[in-house]
Design a protein around this ligand. Structure first.
Ligand code: SAH
Length: 218
């Protein structure tokens, strides 16, 4: 018997969960409908891909909860002309969603293995506007700066200075801020002619932004 029925049903429930948790932007919802979360999760947890929960991925990291991905993407107010930097490639799921909404995506992770696995999925899905690097994202990506949008998917104690410096005037950065394992807040920073405006959006829980490259890279 085909399992297409149950999968289609699980995908409908997935989209329903996004809407009921406040993801209402129709462009974000369409991108999340188009990008299947399944290929980004391997092994033991693969059959839980359509549940609205964070799940473990390689290198002791996590793929974020889909509704949080949706709310962060929505908060970033991405437009089709934007050049976006994501810090924390992880599984590549968030970058894949951004790639449908923006012109160019740069994404970096400190774990080489995660970057190479994500790159394979991007190629399979023909997401050709994403460039993924192994790098310490707390320094941003000076060669490609400035960015219209920056999304940080690991928690920093404060919005990192180099990332603020690499944001265009009028640009937006969304970043979870707070100590690891404590309550963190999702912050939206908007760069204006006069400086930076800060909005506190909601409590979140992310793995910490860690300095230096991951050990699997040596
Ligand atoms: N956006 C991802 C989830 C990210 S989990 C997804 O869609 O699946 C957070 C990621 O941030 C982890 O993969 C971790 O390795 C990475 N990370 C932590 N500190 C970092 C740093 N300084 N530079 C780059 N990546 C970092």
């Amino acid at each position: 018997m085909s399992d297409a029925g149950p999968i289609a049903e699980r995908k409908m429930q997935f989209l329903y969960a996004l809407r009921s948790k406040g993801v209402t932007d129709s462009r974000v919802l369409s991108a999340m409908e188009a990008i299947d979360r399944g290929p980004f999760i391997r092994g033991y947890f693969a059959d839980r891909a359509y549940e609205d929960m964070p799940l473990p991925i390689a290198c002791g990291q996590t793929i974020s909860q889909p509704s949080v991905v949706g709310l962060m993407t929505q908060a970033l107010k991405v437009s089709a002309r934007d050049k976006v930097l994501e810090v924390g490639t992880g599984s590549g799921y968030q970058a894949a969603i951004l790639s449908l909404l923006a012109r160019r995506i740069y994404t970096v992770d400190r774990h080489k293995r995660l970057v190479s696995e994500a790159n394979k999925i991007f190629r399979t899905l023909d997401l050709n506007n994403i460039t993924a690097f192994t790098a310490d994202g707390s320094f941003g990506l000076p060669d490609q700066a400035p960015f219209d949008r920056i999304l940080v998917t690991a928690a920093a104690e404060d919005p990192p200075g180099p990332l603020l410096a690499q944001l265009k005037i009028g640009g937006i950065m969304v970043v979870p801020v707070g100590q690891s394992d404590a309550v963190q807040s999702l912050i939206r920073v908007t760069r204006t002619h006069r400086g930076f405006d800060y909005d506190e959006l909601r409590p979140v829980r992310f793995v910490p932004l860690v300095e230096g490259l991951g050990r699997d890279t040596v």
